[in-house]
Write a protein of this length. Structure first.
Ligand SMILES: Nc1nc2c(ncn2[C@@H]2O[C@H](COP(=O)(O)OP(=O)(O)O)[C@@H](O)[C@H]2O)c(=O)[nH]1
Ligand SMILES: [Mg+2]
Length: 374
């Protein structure tokens, strides 16, 4: 009987770190529906692999999945709108900013569960730019990507992307996000139940096919039969994008029927390797560079201080005797900053567990009235 090693490790290998899937995409592309679909797919696996889900959309009325951490428990974006005199977009952005100030606590909650989950999923606000072009979005993405392998799932509304010009702007947007986050990237052509995504794959693999589609589209020639400005611009851009396509994976899914979800998860697993081979070394390199420059600054100021001290002592030798201090104070940490509580919905609720950002509310007598433009 020598089967002891396998019985000690029923799974056979060491638990891998969970992988984070950040869903990004235009409003209505189907991010939330997609998250619901991959959630139910993971639940239906044998054995089930329930993911850990974060909802970062403060303005969503109904989430079609059960989030472990929900921004709406922490901030009420309508209250934020009222108190800061903002419109809906400003309200959503400010709500996300307020939440981001507590993201270290969110990460702690996630890390506590890292041993028991394989996937961590982020659903982001409906309007893409709120996440992709805000400091908060960048902070959240960087923080999570430096703790876990992370992949961006860029959700595309396939039926709405079938016109060549729309397709191109959508791809350029994806391109900008890829270069901003530098994370492994999966293009998810959603809603394939309405329209299959093969046209997109063809355009991505063969830019001549794309240019032909452009040319056959109305408005591609002006009255003299010359290609329009827009048309020639797009022709040259398609060459640029050709390079970009090489760095991504594309899958077609239907969040409605569940088609293609398995292929999506295959792409996620491949992305884990890309993360480890490409993103992680770059991240470590950047971190080392940052630490080195910080160290240089510290050393420089330390040297200058020592020099000043030496001059001082030579001027006033008795002063040196008083240069010591009694350290009778306890090692008292300045670190006891206010614990604001984030909630993991899987744990027992208790009173006062939510962050109350409304405490930052402005005083009645402040009389601030921000004029609205226009
Ligand atoms: N036919 C079809 N409709 C979808 C699919 N995925 C999402 N939708 C619909 O698209 C709309 C927007 O979806 P939602 O998930 O709220 O988009 P979000 O703003 O990106 O989160 C909803 O009406 C969904 O029912 C799909 O795969 N097929
Ligand atoms: Mg949504």
């Amino acid at each position: 009987m020598d089967s002891s090693s396998t019985s000690a490790h029923p799974t056979g290998d060491i638990k891998k770190k969970p992988i984070v899937i950040v869903t990004i995409g235009m409003a209505g592309a189907g991010k939330s529906t997609f998250v619901q679909r991959i959630n139910s797919y993971l639940h239906s696996q044998d054995p089930p692999q329930p993911p850990y889900i974060l909802n970062l959309d403060p303005a969503v009325a109904n989430v079609p999945f059960e989030a472990n951490i929900d921004i709406r428990d922490t901030v009420d974006y309508r209250e934020v709108m009222k108190q800061y005199n903002l419109g809906p977009n400003g309200g959503i952005l400010t709500a996300l900013n307020l939440f981001t100030t507590k993201f270290d606590q969110v990460l702690e909650l996630v890390e506590k569960r890292a041993d028991t989950v394989d996937h961590i999923i982020l659903d982001t606000p409906g309007q893409i730019e709120i996440f992709t072009w805000s400091a908060s979005g960048a902070i959240i993405t960087d923080a999570i990507a430096s703790s876990f392998p992370t992949v961006v799932a860029y959700i595309i509304d396939t039926p709405r992307t079938s016109a060549p010009a729309t397709f191109m702007s959508n791809m350029l947007y994806a391109c900008s996000i890829l270069y901003k986050t530098k994370l492994p990237f999966i293009l998810v052509f959603n809603k394939t139940d309405v329209q299959p995504h093969n046209f997109a794959l063809e355009w991505m693999h063969d830019f001549e096919a794309f240019q032909a589609a452009l040319a056959s589209h109305s408005g591609s020639r002006d009255s003299e039969g010359e290609p329009t400005y827009m048309n020639s611009l797009m022709n040259s851009m398609s060459l640029v994008l050709d390079e970009f396509y090489k760095h991504l994976k594309a899958v077609g899914v239907s969040s409605m029927t569940g088609d293609g979800i398995k292929e999506f998860f295959d792409a996620v697993e491949e992305s884990r390797e890309t993360y480890e081979k490409e993103y992680l070394p770059e991240l470590e390199h950047a971190r080392a560079a940052r630490e080195k420059s910080l160290q240089d600054v510290k050393e420089d100021s330390m040297n200058r201080m020592l020099k000043d001290l030496a001059v001082d002592r030579s001027k006033n030798p008795e002063g040196t005797l008083n240069d010591r201090w009694e350290s009778d104070e306890e090692n008292d940490d300045d670190d006891d900053d206010l614990e604001v509580n984030l909630v993991d919905r899987n744990e027992e609720p208790y009173p006062g567990q939510y962050i109350d950002v409304m405490r930052m509310r402005r005083q009645e007598d402040e009389q601030i009235n921000w004029p609205r433009p226009g």
